[in-house]
Design a protein around this ligand. Structure first.
Ligand SMILES: [Zn+2]
Length: 411
């Protein structure tokens, strides 16, 4: 061990060795979990299997209906948490893998890999002496509402377990295989929904002068929305509104409907834009409706906040990834959403993306695709990414000064 390495280097080596011993079982566990997917809200069997794999020496308690939380290492003082999502998707698997699911549900987002990695990491951690507690967050309902992450935060998990930072790692085919992307700042967008109801006086299509034209009003509102985005959010900050549903009328050609509806998703990356953009849309919709003699009722349905990675956790984790012999990658930012952002909102946290490939498939299937299937090595890489995050977070909590630079790779 060279003297310029951080005080946690020895721990990293011992923990990494313990992890190596856990990996064969973790890979098997991953296949077992993959074969038995549980969709959102029905993750109780997955939780039971994970708790059995974690063994009874690590005390876990149930939380957020189908979730669980437990702590390894020192029982008092601040801790660092790692998150694994428990849910699969209502997708019919087409991977052809010997351990493929066959019941119309599928781990098409790689959560089976995350679960096995967290089990391996916690089991390995129980065999070494950690300077700070390591909390496992087994989170239900990532893929649907109500958010499992929000429920865990609202249940007081952060305070009760003294969580100073949360680390998440998600497999992703958009990152080079074997590499891990971190990156401080915005990673995912806030995802809210906007509903616009336009109302007026319906009537006969041949007598438009005796009625209101809600179709014309809603059409102008729809094409006005991109202009509102362009005019109210700085072009240097990503934001968008996409209309997923636009309805008016009930099938007749000659009836002017009395109501029309727009249902859209609004994605923003800055908390202020989240407020000002919605207000600008509301104003435009109300005034446009008014210009057609109609009224617009505009509602915002709140979704996840933006996922903002802590800058110093990201750079510290990059250093630890290098020390653990894992390649870094460019940050993966998008206007997608992940409810991990509720943890980021509660404490400075970090979401990592782990590069995986589906063997022999070109182009690579995306997340949620029926052929998405990272290989077993992904379990190892996700576990090491989470370990790097823990080490960086622990350095920060313990006030260990970290010097960037070429420190070689831990043996
Ligand atoms: Zn996912």
């Amino acid at each position: 061990m060279s003297p310029n390495r951080t005080p946690l280097s020895e721990l990293a080596t011992r923990w990494g060795d313990a992890l190596d011993e856990e990996l064969p079982a973790a890979r098997e566990l991953r296949r077992e979990l993959h074969a038995a997917p549980c969709v959102s809200g029905q993750e109780h069997p997955a939780r039971a299997r994970l708790l059995a794999a974690l063994d009874t020496s690590i005390p876990f308690e149930e939380i957020a209906d189908a979730g669980a939380v437990g702590r390894v290492g020192p029982v008092d003082g601040p801790s660092i948490a790692v998150r694994a999502e428990l849910d699969a998707l209502p997708v019919t698997e087409q991977t052809g893998a010997p351990f493929a699911a066959s019941d119309g549900a599928m781990h098409a987002c790689g959560h089976d890999v995350h679960q096995a990695a967290v089990v391996a990491l916690l089991r390995a951690a129980a065999r070494v002496e950690l300077p700070l507690g390591l909390v496992g967050l087994l989170q239900p309902r990532e893929e649907s509402y109500p958010s499992g992450a929000l429920e865990m935060v609202e249940a007081g998990v952060i305070d009760r377990f003294g969580i100073a930072h949360v680390i998440g790692a998600h497999v992703h085919p958009g990152v080079r295989r074997g590499a891990v992307a971190s990156g401080g700042g915005f990673i995912n967008a806030a995802a809210d929904e906007i509903e616009i109801l336009v109302s007026g006086r319906g009537g006969h299509g041949a007598y438009p002068h005796d009625a209101n034209d809600v179709v014309a009003a809603v059409a102008h509102i729809a094409i006005g929305i991109p202009e509102v985005v362009r005019r109210s959010v700085s072009p240097l900050r990503p934001a968008l509104i996409s209309i997923g549903t636009l309805t008016a009328g009930e099938g007749a050609a000659n009836v002017l409907p009395a109501e029309a509806r727009i249902f859209a998703t609004m994605r923003t990356t800055d908390p202020e834009d989240r407020v000002t953009l919605f207000e600008a849309v509301r104003e435009m919709a109300e005034r446009t409706a008014q210009a057609y003699g109609t009224t617009a009722q505009v509602t915002r349905i709140d979704g996840e906040p933006a996922l903002i990675n802590d800058v110093s956790l990201a750079s510290g984790t990059d250093d630890w990834l290098a020390l653990l012999g894992v390649d870094g990658a460019e940050p993966l930012r998008s206007l997608g959403a992940d409810d991990f952002s509720y943890f980021c909102d509660a404490v400075p946290s970090l979401m990592l993306f782990v590069g995986v490939e589906t063997a022999g498939r070109d182009p690579q299937p995306a997340l949620h695709h029926p052929r998405f299937l990272p290989d077993d090595d992904a379990v190892d890489l996700v576990a090491r990414a989470l370990m790097a995050g823990y080490l960086a977070a622990a350095e920060r909590v313990l006030g260990i000064e970290h010097h960037r630079g070429d420190q070689g790779v831990l043996g």
